[in-house]
Ligand binder design. Structure first.
Ligand code: AHG
Ligand code: MN
Ligand code: MN
Length: 348
């Protein structure tokens, strides 16, 4: 695996400024938007690192020591991102997984960008100190004037930037403006993100799969066949694959970006569109995976080509190493040679 560690000492802000200078008509607005977003991320990171202390420090319950109502971490993250951005004048409106519709910013403070985010991904992992994340996606407005939710019903291929932060054993920011993927690591003593991997590339094929296999009996038989195939030894040693599943999409995708293989949240009988949300989670992750040389699909179509019908729409997802995702698609579509050779016959 060829992960090239960055040699230069570059902070996220310097990196963004350097990238913006490459655009002849850049106004600096995009850089300032990201600077504000990074402030919100630092505030969230601070709260995440203290999450387990809230009980003994008396910060849970209805009010904290300052007499303020205490927020759950996901509500806190949602609010802090909005507060960091609403007066900057770079963003016109935001859409968050934690709120119903589009949230327009006050008139006079509306810029040319739209920000879509999942403030806290993997909420069920907060209480057990497992990795959690924040996912974001940025679009440029198409026209001036009043902003409506329909303005966000555009394919993920129109994202101008996307990224996520993974709060794990260290805090990493993975980010792309459509020119490859760069990885930054947070130094909490300095409050700075430093470039640690320049131009991350996903391996063509991996040896790990990531899925909530507890749902397997509710999947279509073709998908059950694919999982059976991944678990069947092959002579070349490529299979069986190993299973890795955290239950935080950010953390599972972060591992897939480094080691290869694939992450899936398929449709099942109970959830015909899967679980993950197209705008808040899947599109930004798909953008990053493609920018790293990977593939992202709903099993039949490229994720980034899907035109959303609603803001909170869900979509089945298969993303990761290009060869692995192509193979999952072949199974789902019933055209993989292994299925045709009768290996899937014992499945329902
Ligand atoms: P969120 O915490 O933002 O609601 O997202 C949770 C999502 C995603 O991060 C993860 O991949 C998935 O839920 C896990 O779902 P299961 O518990 O069904 O495996
Ligand atoms: Mn989420
Ligand atoms: Mn969330």
């Amino acid at each position: 695996m060829a992960i090239v560690t960055a040699k230069r000492l570059v902070t996220i802000e310097r990196h963004i400024a350097e990238q913006e200078h490459l655009h002849p008509h850049a106004t600096g607005e995009f850089s300032r938007l990201l600077r504000d977003l990074m402030l919100a991320i630092r505030l969230i990171a601070r709260e995440v690192s203290r999450a387990g202390l809230n009980d003994i420090l008396g910060l849970t319950g209805t009010t904290n020591v300052y007499g303020e109502a205490v927020r759950k971490l996901d509500v806190y993250a949602h609010e802090v991102i909005i507060r960091a951005l609403e007066h900057g004048g770079h963003v016109c409106a935001v859409a968050s997984e934690e709120s119903e519709g589009l949230l327009p910013f006050p008139a006079g403070r509306r810029g040319k960008y739209l920000l879509v985010f999942d403030p806290l991904d993997g909420s069920s992992n907060i209480d057990v100190n497992a990795p959690i994340g924040t996912i974001f996606s940025i679009y440029r407005r198409r026209y001036r004037g009043e902003v409506t939710p329909e303005e966000l019903l555009r394919p993920g291929s129109e994202q101008v930037a996307a990224g996520y932060v993974c709060y794990g054993s260290s805090i990493t920011l993975v980010y792309s403006t459509g020119k490859g993927v760069d990885v930054f690591t947070y130094d909490p003593t300095l409050g700075e993100f430093f470039l640690t991997i320049e131009q991350l590339r996903i391996p063509r094929r991996g040896k790990q799969y990531s899925v909530n296999e507890g749902n397997a009996k509710r999947w279509v038989p073709e998908l059950q066949q694919y999982l059976d195939y991944l678990k069947t030894s092959s002579e070349d040693g490529q299979r069986p694959y190993s299973l890795r599943y955290i239950g935080t999409a950010v953390a599972d995708v972060h591992r897939v970006l480094h080691y290869g293989g694939l992450f899936m949240y398929p449709a099942d009988q109970a959830n015909p569109s899967g679980k993950l949300r197209l705008l808040y989670e899947v599109n930004p992750l798909a953008f990053l995976v493609e920018q790293a040389g990977g593939r992202a699909s709903d099993g039949y179509r490229r994720i980034l080509d899907i035109v959303p019908e609603t803001l909170h729409q869900r979509v089945p997802v298969f993303l990761g190493s290009p060869d692995d995702v192509a193979e999952a698609e072949a199974f789902l579509q019933g055209r993989h040679p292994w299925q045709q050779s009768g290996n899937g016959h014992h499945l329902p």
